[in-house]
Design a protein around this ligand. Sequence first.
Ligand code: GUN
Length: 300
Amino acid sequence: MPATLIDGKAFAATVRGKVAQHVTRLKDDHGITPGLAVVLVGEDPASQVYVRSKGKMTLEVGMNSFEHRLDADTAEADLLALIDQLNRDPAVHGILVQLPLPKHLNEDLVINSIDPAKDVDGFHISNVGLLGTGQKSMVPCTPLGCLMMLRDHHGTISGMDAVVIGRSNIVGKPMAQLLLNDSATVTIAHSRTKDLPEVVRRADIVVAAVGRPEMVPGDWIKEGATVIDVGINRIDAPEKGEGKTRLVGDCHFESCAERAGAITPVPGGVGPMTIACLLANTVTACCRANGLAEPEGLTA
Ligand code: GUN
């Protein structure tokens, strides 16, 4: 039986629709417009694409978008001064500093200078600690999007065996925490894991977040398992013509889809959920800052 396709593009549109409804309510009932500030240092082409897309979608859901583009050689003190200014600005409810930063900037220092209440990436050490202890926090956007899709597909994931492949601070580790907080039995696998195929074969849920094109083949997947593919890798596609490329995930889609019960495609799976969850986190941060009820279904 071919797998059910989990349509992240459609799901993300639904999430953005809910966000837009909350934004309207905040404006009409309380005179508050949620605001998201995005800081981009340097000219990394992929980062520029993301930042443009974030700004556009922020405006589309009715929120204010504040974009700050700084030169690649910006001094750390100047970046920290901007973050301090944004921390103090009551019109700014969410702050995102686009990563990676140029090498001369201390990423940990910069992230930890953001007010945790405005840290819509959920990367601040306080939010990491709150998530790790099951307390209310800002949750990293990509894992939050994966969790939303899993909850939507399964109802509950309590008691399920989940394997997260990859241990990054941005995806792997927070993903494992979220699955654990939802009472799944969680394994974090990585490059040193012994017999990775056997570990993955035990899983009812596989979240692949390693950034290696098509590294998970179908014969690692348990019959009927749910596969969430976080990877977005560009590879050569000579079959499309000379110099052409295409996007693939960390899972080999065709073979995994033959065995999985459900699977997210690449593109159109996890990717669109990340920005949708960033917008959701901004509304959540805005509600918390104003002592208002949080939107339901948009948080962990
Ligand atoms: N660069 C790639 N992904 C992300 C993300 O989720 N947040 C930030 N701030 N930078 C990124």
